[in-house]
Structures are given as structure tokens and as C-alpha cells.
Design a protein around this ligand. Structure first.
Ligand code: SRM
Ligand code: SF4
Length: 678
């Protein structure tokens, strides 16, 4: 019996390529539609009933393509949205949250909305930045936060101000559409604005185009937030429009307002990036879909290497959930890239688990099927075979902070933002500084995937004044920032994140200071490594790709993950399940002492842990004597003297300000010398 089939297969005439009006039975003609038959067979064996679909599938399906109940509830004079409203609101780029510091038993929660921007490649034009800065002051909690996927978040917006805030963002060439929800999220790309390296420009272009290709099409966004006024920040490329409409082999949902997604959108969030060979500023192995630009010797775009199936989130005590690195799928020529992307999206759309949301990400499809089956299923939708993956240089992580030439005579400046939080605090007024710089020089910015900001298109003559503004507002020069801080990331966690088990952003500054002191104590004062921290196992600050990852386990208790590399090409492993934050030094000290003793020249902490293995780390820790680090006390000799002599010695020591040890030694030496001379 056919128990569960994807919504697209239940109505086969909705699959493009099968002419409407034909009966389903005819449509399953093997010769004409072999791919559909293959899909049908696989899904039949999956045997899932509609009634088992996750609740959110129904909410999406009933939403009239992202309209309800948000449109109705927005007009109501309430402080918050219903449960269904909250789910659909996400697709519009907003999460309903409450300030968890203000929870009082028996009282209504302190509801507030978080807004997230969708800006491929982290691009923020100056007018949008100034709008976000203003909105965070008028409606938000006075801060802006650069996210780990190159977006900005505003926290603390009341429901009644949400419409005005979103409308302002859209009118300033920004968008929040699709920043959250079960669809393609903000597309990442390397933030470095190199003008003399064409591959970087291609990465930006294709990040934009993939974002446009996979953007929701229903029109609900403009109806709800702009009363139907359609403001388009930039015309989408004609080839993107054509590609969206192009039939493919089942990639399109026929006659749907959402030709790529259909009415249930994706089974889960879908994350993608476009990067250039060697540049891993985007953490490419952690993405559902990663495209790597391939150019020829003259810098002409030839095609793309494609990786798929990365993802990090886990759930504690559920071994079936795990972080996973993306696999190499193959290479496609540039003319085929949109069809290839659509084919991967369609595969996840139709085969992704819509019953168990914990198993719904693309990484589980790859893990369950293996690369071969995944590739051949995608090829069915693609209508072509992938070419072999092209050889690539090693991927490296670079943060691009500090001053650089951008390759056309102008400069760019990378500013380190502590946990991405743009705010004004005592002695550190980054929010003021960025506003002053943007107002004075109208500079575009690129947000980095590591919660930092690059300002670019800077005329060399403006450098002195920009430095002055930063200095005046207490922003440290790059060399003054501890590399531990520069490389670290923490997610927001408490008080805004509803899923946080424990603190992250608010405690990481102290944690880093403690690690630095420990490094000094064990004799590694110059050492640096990548520390990432999250308040729960969802992994928003990608702790499973860090040399030292701290993952919220219980209040004040973290898992310790070790062994990833500094370029984020290898996963960390769980070393310790419960580390009480008070025991941080006690747990890390033996590891760092072992590292100091047994490292290879220039070996990094992450590589060391990986090379020696956790068994060796544990063995060393078990036999480690913390006293070995304490300075050895000098040997002391004891002699007994008469009480009367002791009292005189003590009095003389005090009078002369000389230690008794010195005085007694000098006196005895003199006496003994006289004896030996006599
Ligand atoms: Fe995340 C949910 C913050 C990047 C995995 N994430 C959340 C929510 C919205 C909590 C919620 O659902 O109620 C957090 C809002 C906190 C707050 O107060 O603002 C939140 N995630 C963030 C950000 C802001 C962290 C940051 O420090 O910047 C990042 C926003 C990126 C963006 O602009 O889109 C952010 N989240 C990530 C990443 C990293 C990445 O994408 O590179 C991951 C791990 C990678 C991955 O997806 O596998 C991540 N966030 C999650 C998950 C687990 C997803 C899963 O597959 O199970 C959740 C929970 C969920 O979706 O159910 C989540
Ligand atoms: Fe919240 Fe967990 Fe993400 Fe941190 S990792 S922001 S605690 S969901």
C-alpha cells in the first residue's frame, strides 16, 4: 500500500514535466517518466502516513503560502503571536522570544521579537546600516548583532512595532524574508572585497543569485509588511528568473505560487554558501550545500564544485543526532549550476524527513543513503550526471581583520566585534563609531561568518580619520586584541534565546581571560586557538568546528569538544560530557601541560589533540600531578637555637630590616671562618 508519498507525488500532475490533465496512472509510465517512478518506489518503501507528519508540516500547508495566521494576528492588539503564528513568522525573518531574565512565575512573559536580515555574502549598504542602527535604538534593545551567517539581528522589538521595523528595512534595500524558517537561509560567501581576484566577485554574484533563485515567491511578505507595495532592492538576474521557471525533471511544483518549494516548503532549514578555492571563511563543510567557484587561468568562470550534507546541530542524549561534514558530490559547468542546485533542493524537499524534525536536515539523507545514492537521485532531477569533483587547494581560514588593500587602490578594514554585538558600553562605543564612520564616508560593509565587520571602498586618505573615530570610541587596534578573543565566537543564548540551557555570549569574555591566565601559568603565553561556545547543542556558533568547543549541557555545565583544526576542515570530538565552569582550569591544565611537553614544532592545540588522540589525553590527565606546575620550594635546613638567642636574632632582624635567615647565616659564617683561621 502506498502509505506516504510526498505532496508532489500525491498529485503527480503538479510535477512539471508531467502534463496536467493526465491521470496519475498514465503518468507513472516508466518510459516517459522513469524518474517519477523511481521516486514513487522509494517513497513507498519509506512508508510514512500523512498523520505522522510533524505538526509544523500542517501549519505550513495551511498558511496560504506564508500568510496566515501572521496577517490576521499582526492586526490584533496582543503582545504575542499564537504557536502557529510563531512558526510562520519565522519565514518572514522574525522569532518570537521573551527576555528570560524577566520571567516571573504566574506573570505573562516579557514577549519581544527578534528580527534577522537576509543579506547574501553579508552585504550591508550604508543606508541599510543606518536604518538598522536607528531601529535598534527606537524599537530594539539598543544593540545590533552580527550573526554567524553574515546577517544582522535586532532583539527586543515589541509586536506592535514589528511591521514598521520590517517596512523600514525593506525600504532601505534590505530584507528579512527567508532569514529564518524551513527554506534556504542567508547564502554565505567570503566577505573579503578583493577587486583584483575575479573569483571573489563571482562568489558574491552567485551567492546573490542562489539567494534569489530560492527566495519565497508567494508575495505574502510584501502584502503583510508593506501593504502589498513591492519594493525590490535589485532586479534579479534574468537567468535566475528563467532558471526558477525551468521545468527540470520534477524540480518544479507545477502551477504553484512556490514553484520550487510547494506549499510545505522545505522539511527543515537549508543552508548554503558559495566560496572560492582555498578560502574557508564560510565554514563550508558545515553547510547543507556548498558551491566552490572554478575559474580558468584567465579568471573566467568555468563551473562549480559541489559539496552537500554538512550540518552541525545535535540533541543531548540522542546519539542519532550528530554534526557532519559535507561530502564532495561533483562538478557542474556554469550553465548548469541553477539546475544542479534545484535538483539538490528538490531531492531534500521530496525525500527529507517530514515526520521527525530532528532527522530532517539534508545531512541525515546523505548519511542514510551514502553519497552514491544521493548523487544518483539528484542526477535524476538534474537530468545529467555530475562531472568528477575538481582538485582544490587546501581550505584555509582567514579573518581579514585590520587594514588591507582591496586590489583597486582602495582599502578595506576588518573590525573585530566581540561576539558580534555592536553596542556602546563603558569605554567601547562600537555602535557610535560605526554610525559616525558610515555617516561621514557612506561606506558599504560586509558582515563576516565570524561575527565581524569589514568596511570597504575606503579612500586611502580617509584612513587616518577612520582610525581616529575608532580610537576616540575606545575600539582597540587589532594588535591590542587577544588572539583568543579575535578567533572566538559565542551564540547569544541567555536571555533572548528560548532554547538556551546555559549562558554563552555573556560569559565568554571571562572564560577567555581565564584561559589566557592558564596559558600564562603553564608557560604558553603566546598560544592561540579557536574557542567557540554555545548555550545548547544546536551549535549556532559552530563549536563542533572549533579547536576548543564548549557546548551548554546544564546550567553552568558544558561539554568540552576538542580536536578540530584551526581552518575548520575537521570535526571536533566530544572529550568531556560535563565540565562545570568552575573546574575549567582544573580540566584544561593537564591538557595544556601535555600539549606543551609533547607538541611538534608549531603544532596547534587542535591538531595536537587530534594527533595524540583522546586516550593519550585522558591517560596524561589521570596521572597528572598539579603540584608539578607549582614552583618547587627551596630545600630548607633546620637547626635548633636557644630561645634567648632567637629573641635577639629576631630583634636585630627587625631593626636592620634583614631576614633572620640572612642574619643568622652571616653571623654563623663569620664565626666559623674565625674558628678555621685560629
Ligand atoms: Fe541558530 C535556532 C541563533 C546560526 C543551528 N538559532 C536558533 C534560534 C533562532 C533559537 C530558536 O529557535 O528559538 C537562536 C536565536 C538566538 C537569539 O536570541 O538571537 C539562533 N543561529 C543563531 C545565530 C544568531 C547565532 C549567532 O551567534 O550568530 C545565528 C544566525 C545565523 C543567521 O544569520 O542565519 C545562528 N544556527 C546557526 C548555525 C551556524 C550556521 O548556520 O552556520 C547553526 C548550526 C549549523 C546547522 O544548522 O547545522 C544553527 N539554530 C540552530 C538550530 C539547530 C538546527 C537543526 O538542524 O536542528 C536551531 C534550533 C532549530 O532550528 O530547531 C537554531
Ligand atoms: Fe540558542 Fe542554542 Fe543557538 Fe545558542 S546554540 S543561540 S543557545 S539555539
Amino acid at each position: 500500500m502506498l502509505e506516504y508519498i510526498s505532496p508532489y507525488l500525491r498529485n503527480p500532475d503538479r510535477i512539471t514535466g508531467i502534463p496536467t490533465g493526465r491521470k496519475a496512472a498514465e503518468c507513472w509510465d516508466l518510459k516517459t517518466y522513469p524518474h517519477s517512478i523511481k521516486l514513487m518506489a522509494t517513497l513507498t518503501t519509506n512508508s510514512r502516513t500523512d498523520s505522522k507528519l510533524s505538526k509544523i508540516e500542517g501549519i505550513k500547508e495551511r498558511s496560504q503560502f506564508l500568510r496566515e495566521p501572521v496577517a490576521t494576528e499582526l492586526k490584533q492588539d496582543t503582545t504575542h503571536f499564537s504557536e502557529d503564528g510563531v512558526q510562520i513568522l519565522k519565514f518572514h525573518g522574525s522569532y518570537q522570544q521573551d527576555n528570560r531574565d524577566n520571567r516571573v512565575k504566574g506573570q505573562e512573559k516579557d514577549y519581544q521579537m527578534m528580527l534577522r536580515t537576509r543579506n547574501p555574502g553579508g552585504f550591508i549598504p550604508p543606508q541599510l546600516y543606518l536604518t538598522l542602527d536607528r531601529l535598534s535604538s527606537t524599537y530594539g534593545n539598543q544593540t545590533l548583532r552580527v550573526t554567524t551567517r553574515q546577517g544582522f539581528q535586532l532583539h527586543g522589538i515589541l509586536k506592535r512595532n514589528l511591521k514598521a521595523a520590517i517596512a523600514s528595512i525593506v525600504r532601505s534595500m534590505g530584507s528579512t524574508l527567508g532569514a529564518c524558517g524551513d527554506l534556504n537561509r542567508n547564502v554565505m560567501a567570503p566577505p573579503a572585497p578583493f577587486k583584483n581576484r575575479p573569483e571573489y566577485d563571482f562568489a558574491w554574484t552567485y551567492a546573490n543569485n542562489i539567494a534569489d533563485l530560492l527566495a519565497p515567491q508567494s508575495g505574502a511578505y510584501y502584502e503583510i509588511w508593506l501593504d502589498g507595495e513591492k519594493i525590490i532592492s535589485a532586479e534579479e538576474a534574468p537567468e535566475v528568473k528563467a532558471a526558477r521557471e525551468h521545468n527540470g525533471n520534477g524540480t518544479i511544483v507545477h502551477e504553484s505560487p512556490e514553484p520550487i518549494y510547494g506549499d510545505r516548503y522545505m522539511p527543515r532549514k537549508f543552508k548554503s554558501c558559495v566560496t572560492v578555492p582555498g578560502d574557508n571563511s564560510v565554514d563550508l563543510y558545515s553547510q547543507d550545500l556548498a558551491l566552490v567557484i572554478i575559474t580558468d587561468e584567465s579568471g573566467e568562470l568555468q563551473g562549480f564544485n559541489i559539496l552537500a550534507g554538512g550540518g552541525l546541530a545535535r540533541t543531548h542524549n540522542k546519539e542519532e543526532t550528530f554534526p557532519r561534514l559535507a561530502d564532495e558530490i561533483g562538478y557542474v559547468a556554469k550553465a548548469d549550476i541553477y539546475d544542479a542546485v534545484k535538483a539538490i533542493v528538490a531531492t531534500q524537499r521530496d525525500y527529507g524527513d517530514r515526520v521527525n524534525r530532528r532527522h530532517a536536515r539534508l545531512k541525515y539523507l546523505l548519511d542514510d543513503w551514502g553519497v552514491e545514492k544521493f548523487r544518483s537521485t539528484v542526477e535524476g532531477y538534474f537530468g545529467k550526471s555530475f562531472q568528477p569533483f575538481r582538485a582544490l587547494p587546501d581550505f584555509k581560514y582567514e579573518d581579514f581583520l585590520g587594514w588591507h588593500e582591496q586590489g583597486d587602490g582602495k582599502l578595506f578594514l576588518g573590525i573585530s566585534v566581540r561576539n558580534g554585538r555592536v553596542c556602546d558600553t563603558e569605554g567601547w562605543k562600537l555602535k557610535t563609531a560605526l554610525r559616525e564612520i558610515t555617516e561621514a564616508f557612506s561606506l558599504p560593509m560586509r558582515l563576516t561568518p565570524h561575527q565581524n565587520i569589514l568596511l570597504y571602498e575606503i579612500a586611502p586618505d580617509d584612513r587616518v580619520e577612520i582610525d581616529r573615530i575608532l580610537r576616540e570610541n575606545g575600539i582597540k587596534l587589532l594588535e591590542e586584541i587577544d588572539p583568543l578573543e579575535r578567533l572566538s565566537m559565542a551564540c547569544p543564548a541567555l536571555p533572548t534565546c528560548g532554547l538556551a540551557i546555559t549562558e554563552s555570549e555573556r560569559v565568554i569574555p571571562d572564560i577567555l581571560v581565564r584561559i589566557r591566565k592558564l596559558l600564562d601559568r603553564v608557560g604558553l603565553p603566546k598560544e592561540e586557538f579557536v574557542v567557540r561556545m554555545t548555550g545548547c547543542p544546536n551549535g549556532c556558533a559552530r563549536p563542533y568546528m572549533a579547536e576548543l568547543g564548549l557546548v551548554g549541557r546544564a546550567p553552568n555545565v558544558y561539554q568540552l569538544w576538542l580536536g578540530a583544526d584551526s581552518h575548520q576542515t575537521r570535526l571536533a570530538q566530544l572529550y568531556l560530557d560535563r565540565l562545570n565552569v568552575d573546574d575549567l582550569e582544573a580540566e584544561l591544565e593537564p591538557l595544556l601541560v601535555f600539549f606543551k611537553k609533547a607538541r611538534h614544532e608549531d603544532e596547534r592545540f587542535g591538531d595536537f589533540c587530534h594527533r595524540v588522540g583522546f586516550e593519550a589525553l585522558r591517560q596524561f590527565t589521570e596521572t597528572y600531578d598539579p603540584a608539578s606546575l607549582k614552583p618547587k620550594r627551596k630545600e630548607r635546613h633546620r637547626i635548633r637555637i636557644y630561645d634567648s638567642v632567637y629573641e635577639r636574632l629576631k630583634a636585630e632582624s627587625q631593626r636592620l630590616g634583614k631576614p633572620m635567615l640572612d642574619l643568622a647565616s652571616e653571623a654563623l659564617e663569620k664565626y666559623l671562618n674565625e674558628l678555621s683561621e685560629s
